[in-house]
Design a protein around this ligand. Structure first.
Ligand SMILES: Nc1ncnc2c1ncn2[C@@H]1O[C@H](COP(=O)(O)OP(=O)(O)O)[C@@H](O)[C@H]1O
Ligand SMILES: [Mg+2]
Length: 229
């Protein structure tokens, strides 16, 4: 995925015709092509470390799906660093943490985003025990309910190196997209993250190489594809 200009986190919504938007549509298409043998209803995004671009990529991908007419539920399951509320400029007073702790009803926490077909569950207040909440069984139960009303559920998660949260969420998904910031993380750590995901039987369906600066000729050659299987 190419480098975005600072102000355009939700480029899909600002400029649908840009080459960067085309890149996010390519991610969508690639996911659709990897569905040939099993349906990918719940997709989680993770990475090795923080700051590699999970939130930016998943937000734009969610818009790409919604623009295609799919009913999308985007969930901020990165309970330690809630961020989707600022991307979509909504309140984070209640969210996933409250739902998992049985502190609110699901209807109250599914927010509209101003983007047709795109619903959002923010992370909610940071809880003292994110891993326990995510693994309690409640999230799995809720996902089954949401699957009935949404065509696709996208879950933003924590990076997998430091805490178990991202792995717990990944293990509940039908497929995981692994975001790698080009040149940032040691190859060895990336390999370890991959092993951790395999250990919890998460199925990695693709890798997004993010922030990559391409030369002009490289860009022409690859037409800004930022995804590889
Ligand atoms: N393709 C990109 N081009 C430019 N900046 C990016 C790109 N992807 C992410 N960023 C920026 O990098 C920072 C970290 O990205 P973010 O999506 O929040 O990462 P993560 O969710 O993995 O922690 C943010 O400030 C974001 O705006
Ligand atoms: Mg994030």
């Amino acid at each position: 995925m190419r480098r975005l200009a600072n102000e355009s986190k939700l480029i899909m919504n600002i400029n649908r015709k840009s080459q960067i938007s085309e890149g996010y549509r390519n991610i969508r298409t690639n996911i659709q092509f990897s569905e040939w043998n099993h349906k990918l209803h719940v997709i989680a995004f993770t990475s090795t470390q923080a700051g590699e671009g999970k939130t930016t990529t998943i937000s734009n991908l969610a818009v790409a799906y919604a623009q295609e007419g799919k009913k999308v539920l985007l969930i901020d399951a990165d309970l330690r660093h809630p961020s989707l509320q600022s991307v979509f400029k909504v309140s984070n007073k209640t969210g996933l943490s409250n739902l998992l702790a049985n502190q609110c009803r699901q209807e109250e926490s599914i927010r509209t985003t101003g983007i047709e077909n795109l619903s959002l569950i923010t992370a909610g207040p940071v809880p003292p025990n994110p891993s326990e909440l995510l693994s309690s069984g409640k999230l799995k139960e809720l996902l089954e309910i949401w699957k009935e009303s949404f065509d696709i559920i996208l879950m933003d998660t924590s990076p997998v190196m430091a805490v178990a949260d991202g792995l717990i969420v990944a293990s509940m998904s039908d497929g995981v997209v692994f975001v790698v910031q080009a040149g940032k993380v040691k190859r060895e750590y990336i390999r370890k993250s991959k092993e951790k995901l395999e250990h919890v039987k998460a199925q990695i369906i693709g890798v997004v190489l993010n922030h990559k600066r391409m030369s002009r000729s490289e860009a022409r050659q690859y037409n800004y594809y930022g995804y590889q299987d």
